[in-house]
Design a protein around this ligand. Sequence first.
Ligand SMILES: *Cc1c(COP(=O)(O)O)cnc(C)c1O
Length: 217
Amino acid sequence: MGLPEIETRITAACAAAGRARGDVTLIAVSKVQPLDRVAAVLAAGHRVFGENRVQEAEGKWPAFQAQYGRCDLHLIGPLQTNKARAAVELFGTIQTLDRPKLAQTLARLAQERGASPDVFVQVNTGLEDQKAGVAPSDVDAFVAKVRALDLPLVGLMCIPPAEDDPAPHFAALAAMAARNGLKGLSMGMSGDFAAAIAQGATHVRVGSAIFGERVAV
Ligand SMILES: *Cc1c(COP(=O)(O)O)cnc(C)c1O
């Protein structure tokens, strides 16, 4: 599809939902993509990207940012505590906060550095064993814990089960965010970003529909 087509579709989805285009951030998910495809999207002026792995991101983004200027980088994959320091140095947003130990580590790093990336709490809306994220029933307590640690919590993130209609998952995440006074909602990928925007997404994470199918490495 490519970036211009996705931009057009996001604009249309915002209009259909009666929302302003400026209320939705497009995160171009560049994980595992050939560098020339990422460079083309940078050259087109896009500056917001998502990566799944700290190490992979460290291998490409310092050089891209030296060439194209600062980008807004979102970590959207699981974060091991021992990679937290590297993550906070590279990413402006960590979307996958999902356990107290990681929250404590991020808080300690924030104190030490005098700065912290924004964070989203990942919610496992489908209660899938293979997926990270806090259970919906634990969200309110975990949000309170993250706030008590003074981390800049901006919202919730989810990845619905592939086989489900995503809309009820998006609606559930929106309700959890609303009752916790959180504005950010990271939800929606290549196949369902329009549905996510209809349910209030503020951040959509689109990979293959922008860059093409991911090439196996
Ligand atoms: C890979 C990935 C995406 C993008 O998926 P596409 O289907 O290629 O758009 C979005 N969110 C997360 C968490 C991902 O890991």
